[in-house]
Design a protein around this ligand. Sequence first.
Ligand code: SF4
Length: 381
Amino acid sequence: MTTITDNTPARPVSLWPAAHAADARRPRSLQTKIGASDTVCARRAGYLLHGRTPTDTGERRKAILGTYLHAGMLEAAREEYGWIIERRVEDDTIRGHIDAVQLDSHTAARLPKRLRPFLAAEEITVEDIKTKSTFQWDTVVRHGASEAEIRQVLLYADLLHTEGFADIDGQRQLARLGPLPVGRIRFRFLNRDSGEDHVQEMPFTAERARGARWWVEQVRAAETPEDLPRTFPGPGLSAICDNCPFKTACWGPDVAGRRSQSLLVRDDAERAQLLAEYVEVAEQMKPLRDRLKELRAQLDGSEEGVYGANALSWSGGNPTRVDDTDAMAALFTQAGLPVPTAPDTAAMKAQLKAAGIPVPVRLDHERRTAVSINVTARKTP
Ligand code: SF4
């Protein structure tokens, strides 16, 4: 608690320390057993299952905002539509909380009236709400849920299908329904920035869930987390790894000037193989990059609008902001302050060049040029 002891205006306290502390106390943040929502990365699921202590705090602010939005939307749906929300499902190997279950009329009629949804679904549907940023939105609309997101919801649906709702306080009546014939899974994506929503549905079948179950079995069968594959390519290449609580355990501590992924190369034979693949991929990409440039040139100047399956818009092309030195000098003069004078580098360079004198340079060891990779074919003797 903050105590105000004098009249000095204090900087308003940040809300984030409170949000992070509350988030760390959430049951999901403390669980050490595998949960359906932990099935994003095999290695990470292994760390959790083996009770390893997280090595990194990661950036949680976007995730926390997503959690608040998620909770608010679900609560509104419960109040207004009578949705069955945030219910636990589990068996001996996995557990999770389903965002929402839509019951068909036949199943809903088996519940006491006060627990029935206001509208029955055509078939029993397991719903999951995912919040996304505008940056991710185009991928979501074009490609739908990721493999990991589908796996998670298939696991929820399969638990409901095989076990029913968990028999715990607060949902005993639901548990009495027993295993339920789930017919469909549904994703509701919400754009955190614009509020747009996008729905994706797919039929649920036990056959479809088998792959997700097999994935969990592989994680459970591993003797150590290190025996499990890394599902993502690592820090700097995947936002999931950048924010992973086990980033250091998985990739080791950061080493200045080296990418984390470099630890994957053990000897020159592997290096040779990677270089060969690098050349092959670069060759495959060249015609595509060239074609992209041609297409961009042809589209230049086209009006914004919807053409076929795609919407075209333009960004950029605005004047850039530069320091207005004259206006600054005028402000200083008005205020009676001395206008700082500094050597005019551009004018001096131009004058030296005009006189044919090389422009002197020195090395700045604080600033480094980007490291580029150069691969050329080996000369045969
Ligand atoms: S750092 Fe990436 S690959 Fe490693 S456990 Fe975390 S999510 Fe998986």
